[in-house]
Design a binder for this molecule. Structure first.
Ligand code: ADP
Ligand code: MG
Length: 618
């Protein structure tokens, strides 16, 4: 039986290939970085197995490293490593069938016209396919490190799929041979390739040779003195470990001596790929001990909500022989996590003070993560609360303010921090709940995501001031001049009694309002701990469950409002019409409060009222 087999690429991979082959013409040199990065990963995996000492390894004497060969005459470039290699199944799985979660996100980013450049490739973990930007044919020769596994040759010209066949006499590891296209032959020139590799080779922790001469002296940038690292070195390091050609939003390079001894270099990518949907970012912070890699993309080093960070952490206190599994839930890891998280949040607070505009860029990309942190993490909640920003009634539209700034602006007679949830600034400003704040000149935060209310509910207070939903604020408008026709206390009391009996069971207390200036009425739910928006959000998330009990709001009316004065008159002349009008007023108020669950009876009544209004007078 011949072992030569032809395969087609999985559909999504085929799509990625089509884009790579036909539409990426700029920055094509990133393919070198991607292939060297894969070679380094393979070496890293082998070194880890070797350190474990439990599995037998083929050709144990072969030194771990990466060799690059440029053949100008043949027009080929070969990137070889003595890492783990691949078995036949791994070849099929890794290079042809299983789409990484990033594949879909990559396709979406390109389809969204977000940007179409080679920089996207590594970012989404589809780095191997970048080879097809420059090669008309790619050959992968590979020998797994597992003794007894045969060697394989994988070839593809991109479009038509790939072929796998047996190979023989290969050294351990993988060789990627690229037959370059006519317009990319520059990559078969030693000087050209060397120039590219040199820029980041020092961050690869294995020797890299090009045509036999050693390129790099292994350097751990994070372990070097900050003052001696150049911007260029930082930039290239980030490109290499972050697979990202955009300048990061933030960089934090620091060392601590106690209680843990940490050296760390962290980056915040310019783009949060999660905002594109479809993908969940995974932390890309590598854990080292005295420059030796303990775990790439270490789990548990940071809380989930800081999963966007990229970089390196080096901690001298880690025992070198510990297994990754044991490490993940060790007390040391927890202490490391706590120390790193606090340090990073402190850094963000400092940066936000230094350059608010830069912080805003960060906030736009990562506010969801900070809010996730507030909901998930008691320990860092106070530090996170300082990092929140909201639109507000006293800052210009489109600008954001912090809770600390809010508190600093509070007039003496204001005791609490107030917010409203509103789809827009205009809606917030015209809401009946806002009237009392406008009258008292109290600032109100505008939340534009209903989830924000859960976040503030969790924060609870800031600087000793309770954070309160505007609709629940116990505030009164300052004394207003009497208006013509307004109800006096006695009339208002009678109307309240009548309203209570007319509206019946659906209402709790009916009172005159002390916080309305221009609206006729408002509804407010005081007893239930969920506000109107919270109820709506919960319902939307979980349509079938009826666990939010029925609400029975209070109804407040404005005795100075002409509509209310008319109602008081008409209820003596036309009780039927008055009852309908009262019910409608109440529904309007409940609607504004997000407390009206089923609008159908209201529409029915509206139609009846319309019919009445439109009936020709006899
Ligand atoms: P990523 O590196 O983000 O996983 P790539 O497209 O760059 O995505 O690589 C796909 C997979 O192919 C890798 O995860 C790895 O399993 C395998 N691979 C690629 N190059 C090598 C190599 N030189 N040695 C061993 N495995 C490799
Ligand atoms: Mg890769």
């Amino acid at each position: 039986m011949s072992q030569t087999e032809s395969h087609t690429f999985q559909a999504e991979i085929q799509q990625v290939l089509d884009i790579v082959i036909h539409s990426l013409y700029t920055d094509r040199e990133v393919f070198v970085r991607e292939l060297v990065s894969n070679a380094a990963d393979a070496c890293e995996k082998l070194r880890f197995l070797q350190a474990g000492g439990t599995s037998a390894i083929l050709q144990p004497e072969a030194a771990i490293g990466i060799q690059i060969r440029a053949d100008k005459d043949a027009g080929t470039l070969t990137i070889a490593d003595t890492g783990v290699g691949m078995t036949r199944d791994e070849l099929v799985k890794n290079l042809g069938t299983i789409a990484h979660s990033g594949t879909k996100a990559f396709l979406k980013a390109v389809a969204d016209g977000q940007k179409k450049d080679a920089g996207l490739i590594g970012q989404f973990g589809v780095g191997f396919y970048s080879a097809f930007m420059v090669a008309k044919k790619v050959t992968v020769l590979t020998q797994s490190h597992q003794p007894g596994e045969p060697a394989w040759r994988w070839t593809s010209e991109g479009a038509g799929g790939y072929v796998i066949e047996p190979a023989s006499d290969l050294p351990r590891g993988t060789q990627i041979v690229l037959e370059l296209k006519d317009d990319t032959r520059e990559f078969s020139e030693k000087e050209r390739v060397e120039g590219i590799v040199r820029r980041y080779s020092n961050f690869v922790s294995f020797p890299i040779e090009i045509d036999g001469s050693r390129l790099n002296t292994v350097q751990a940038l994070w372990a070097r003195n900050k003052a001696e690292v150049t911007e260029d070195e930082y930039r290239e390091f980030y490109k290499f470990i972050g697979h990202d050609s955009e300048t990061p939003l933030y960089r934090l390079h620091f060392t601590t001596d106690g209680p843990l001894s940490i050296q760390s270099l962290l980056f915040v990518p310019a783009q949060n790929l999660e905002t594109l949907g479809l993908t969940r970012v995974e932390s890309e912070v590598n854990l080292h001990c005295r420059k030796v890699l303990i775990e790439p993309k270490a789990k548990g080093l940071f809380p989930e909500w800081l999963r966007f960070l990229k970089g390196a952490v080096d901690c001298e206190d880690i025992p070198l022989n510990v297994s990754r599994e044991r490490m993940q839930d060790s007390t040391l890891m927890k202490r490391l996590n706590r120390a790193l998280t606090s340090k990073f949040l402190k850094f963000l607070a400092e940066e936000s003070g230094k350059d608010a505009e830069a912080y805003d860029k960060f906030y736009v990309q990562y506010q969801r993560c900070l809010k996730e942190g507030i909901l998930a993490d008691n320990e860092h909640r106070d530090a996170l609360a300082k990092l929140l920003r909201f639109e507000s009634s006293t800052v210009d539209a489109g600008k954001r303010t912090s809770l600390a700034e809010y508190v600093s602006r509070m007039p003496e007679d204001q005791k609490e921090i107030y917010y409203v949830i509103a789809g827009s600034r205009e809606a917030a400003l015209s809401s009946p709940y806002y009237e009392v704040f406008a009258a008292r000149k109290f600032e109100v935060l505008f939340l534009n995501e209903s989830a924000d209310e859960f976040v503030l509910d969790r924060v609870r207070e800031f600087d000793g001031k309770a954070i309160v939903a505007a609709e629940r604020a116990e505030l009164e408008v300052p004394t207003q001049d009497p208006v013509e026709g307004q109800l006096n206390d006695e009339q208002a009391g009678l109307l309240a009694g009548w309203l209570k009996s007319t509206l019946g069971d659906s209402v709790d207390n009916v009172t005159t309002s002390k916080r309305l200036a221009t609206s006729p009425a408002l509804a407010v739910e005081r007893d239930h701990y969920l506000t109107g928006t919270m109820r709506r959000t919960l319902k939307a998330m979980n349509r079938d469950r009826q666990d939010a009990p029925d609400v029975k709001p209070d109804f407040e009316f404005n005795p100075r409002h002409p509509l209310v004065a008319r109602l008081e008159q008409i209820r003596h002349q036309d009780p039927d019409l008055a009852a309908k009008a009262a019910a409608q007023m109440y529904d309007n108020a409940r609607m504004a409060a997000g407390l009206l669950e089923d609008p159908r009876p209201m529409l029915q009544r509206l139609n009846e009222l319309l019919a009445q209004v439109l009936t020709p007078k006899a």
